[in-house]
Write a protein that binds this ligand. Structure first.
Ligand code: NAD
Length: 437
C-alpha cells in the first residue's frame, strides 16, 4: 500500500480546511509509509510510547515492571527567557569548574552576566557560556548591574573576606544574592550582610550545597524520621592537603581562618542540619605545624566537639594537612548511617545499618544522580520566582559564624565554651527545598 500526501496547493488548502490538512499530513508520520524502501507499514505508537503533556511537563507512564525503579521523570526546564538571570561574581576555580558548568543542568536559572578583574579571562568565559560582552563587568563598575534588568540575582564566589562588600553592593543594586560559604569572615560581617539585604528587600541565601545534595538530604530525613532512634554521635571529617603558600586561603583578611571556615564548616553545618538543634557547648583544639609559613595567620588542623541539647555529641575533624577524606557517620540508638564522600562534589555512598530479626541488615542506597550545585542554584531561582525564604538564608550562615567564634575561643582558652540555648528546631532555616524540576 502506498500513501500519497496531497499537494499543498492553495486550492487543496481551502478544500481540506486546517483539520483535514493536519490529518492528511500527520497520518503518514503516525502509521508509517509502506513502499519498496521501508517495507510494510509499522504499527503506530501507543500512549505508553508517546507519553503526554500535562501541567507544562512531558510525562511518560512507567514502562518498567513493579520490581524495578521507575526511570526519573524527564527534566522540565523553564524556557530561557523565564529563568532567573544570575551574575557570577569572581571567575576562580569554583566558578569555572563547578558553578558555570552546573548552569547547563539548571532548570530555572541561567547565567547572564560575569564580574571579574581579569578582562581577558572574562571575555573568553563569556564567549564559552554564551554571555554577551556587554554583560561583563569589573569590580569597579560592578554597581552598573543595577541597570541590567536581565540580572535578577548575583552569585558571589569571591574570597570570603570580600563577601560582605559584594553582597552589600548587590543588595544596593536591587539584586537578590546567593553567597558562597563561609558567609563572611566573622559574625559581625554576616549581620551587616543580612541587614543590607533586609533593607533592600532582596533575598539572601548561603550556598550550603550539601543541604540540597540528595544523599545528605536522605541522611537528614532518615534521622529526622526517628526510624533509627536518637543520634548519640555524629562523626564528621573534612580534610585535604593544601599546596603553595601564595593563595588567599592562607591570608586571614581574605579567608577569616583556615581549615575551620573553609572545610570544617561542612562538618559543623551538617551536624546542625541533622539534629535541627543548635549546640549549647563546644570544645576545640588546634594544631599548626612548627615553622610552616602557611600557618602563621590561619589554622592547619582543628578537632572540635559540639554538644546538642538532646544529648547528641558531634566529633568533627578538619585539616589542611591530611589526605583528602570527607566522610560522615551517625551512630544512633537503633542503627547507624555511613555517608562516604559526604562533603565531596560526587561519589557519595550511603549505607544504613539496623537490626533485622536475628541479623544485622546493612542497606546500601543508590539515589538518582543530581548535580548538587544545579539543585542549590535552582532552589535560589525558585525562591526568587515564588517569593519564598531560602532553605539556607543569611541566618544559617550567621549561626555557623557564631559557633565558629565559640570554637576559636575554646581553642584559645583550652576550655569548653557555652552557647545560648535555642528552643526551636531549624530556627535558622527556611522551608524544605522541593525536588527542583
Ligand atoms: P579561587 O581562588 O579559585 O577564586 C577566587 C577568585 O577571586 C579568583 O578569580 C580571583 O582572581 C578573585 N579575586 C578577586 N580579588 C581577589 C583577591 N584580593 N585575592 C584573591 N583572589 C581574588 O577560589 P574559589 O575556590 O573559587 O573560592 C571562592 C569562594 O567559593 C570562597 O568563598 C570559597 O570558600 C567558596 N568555595 C565553595 C566551595 C563549595 O563547594 N561550595 C568550593 C570551593 C570554594
Amino acid at each position: 500500500m502506498s500513501f500519497e500526501i496531497p499537494s499543498l496547493s492553495r486550492r487543496n488548502l481551502i478544500r481540506t480546511g486546517s483539520a483535514g490538512l493536519l490529518t492528511a499530513v500527520a497520518a503518514p508520520a503516525i502509521i508509517g509509509v509502506a513502499n519498496a524502501a521501508t517495507g510494510p507499514a509499522l504499527p503506530g505508537p501507543s500512549p505508553l510510547d508517546t507519553g503526554k503533556v500535562e501541567g507544562g511537563k512531558v510525562e511518560f507512564p512507567n514502562w518498567r515492571g513493579e520490581a524495578d525503579r521507575p526511570s526519573p521523570a524527564p527534566p522540565a526546564p523553564l524556557p530561557p527567557d523565564q529563568r532567573v538571570g544570575f551574575a557570577i561574581v569572581g571567575l576562580g576555580r569554583l566558578s569555572l569548574e563547578q558553578i558555570l558548568p552546573a548552569f547547563a543542568e539548571c532548570k530555572k536559572a541561567r547565567a547572564v552576566a560575569l564580574v571579574s578583574g581579569s578582562p581577558e579571562k572574562a571575555k573568553l568565559v563569556a564567549a564559552q557560556h554564551g554571555i554577551s560582552d556587554s554583560a561583563v563587568y569589573d569590580y569597579q563598575d560592578f554597581d552598573r548591574i543595577a541597570d541590567n534588568p536581565q540580572i535578577q540575582a548575583v552569585y558571589v564566589v569571591l574570597p570570603n573576606g570580600m563577601h560582605r562588600e559584594y553582597v552589600t553592593r548587590a543588595a544596593k543594586a536591587g539584586k537578590h544574592v546567593l553567597c558562597e560559604k563561609p558567609m563572611a569572615n566573622n559574625s559581625a560581617e554576616a549581620r551587616d550582610m543580612i541587614a543590607a539585604c533586609d533593607q533592600a528587600g532582596v533575598k539572601l541565601m548561603i550556598a550550603y550545597r550539601c543541604q540540597y545534595e540528595p544523599y545528605n538530604r536522605e541522611t537528614i530525613q532518615r534521622m529526622r524520621s526517628g526510624e533509627l532512634g536518637a543520634a548519640r554521635f555524629i562523626e564528621a571529617t573534612n580534610t585535604q592537603v593544601m599546596g603553595p603558600a601564595d593563595q588567599w586561603r592562607f591570608k586571614k583578611a581574605l579567608a577569616g581562618g583556615g581549615a575551620l571556615p573553609d572545610i570544617g564548616l561542612y562538618c559543623l553545618n551538617t551536624a546542625r542540619a541533622i539534629t535541627g538543634e543548635e549546640p549549647v557547648e563546644v570544645f576545640a583544639r588546634i594544631f599548626n605545624p612548627d615553622g610552616d609559613p602557611r600557618y602563621r595567620e590561619v589554622e592547619e588542623t582543628i578537632g572540635f566537639m559540639l554538644r546538642f541539647p538532646s544529648g547528641t555529641i558531634a566529633n568533627c575533624s578538619s585539616s589542611y594537612g591530611a589526605h583528602e577524606s570527607k566522610d560522615l557517620r551517625v551512630r544512633a540508638e537503633k542503627g547507624w548511617i555511613n555517608l562516604e564522600n559526604a562533603f565531596a562534589y560526587e561519589g557519595q555512598e550511603l549505607r544504613v545499618a539496623h537490626r533485622e530479626g536475628k541479623a544485622e541488615s546493612i542497606e546500601r542506597l543508590r539515589l538518582p544522580q543530581r548535580n548538587q550545585f544545579a539543585l542549590e542554584i535552582d532552589h535560589m531561582a525558585t525562591c526568587v520566582k515564588e517569593n519564598r525564604v531560602p532553605h539556607t538564608p543569611g541566618q544559617e550562615g550567621l549561626q555557623d559564624h557564631i559557633v565558629m567564634e565559640a570554637l576559636y575561643e575554646s581553642a584559645r582558652t583550652m576550655a569548653p565554651v557555652s552557647l545560648a540555648a535555642v528552643g526551636e528546631l531549624d530556627a535558622t532555616r527556611g522551608p524544605e527545598p522541593r525536588q527542583e524540576g
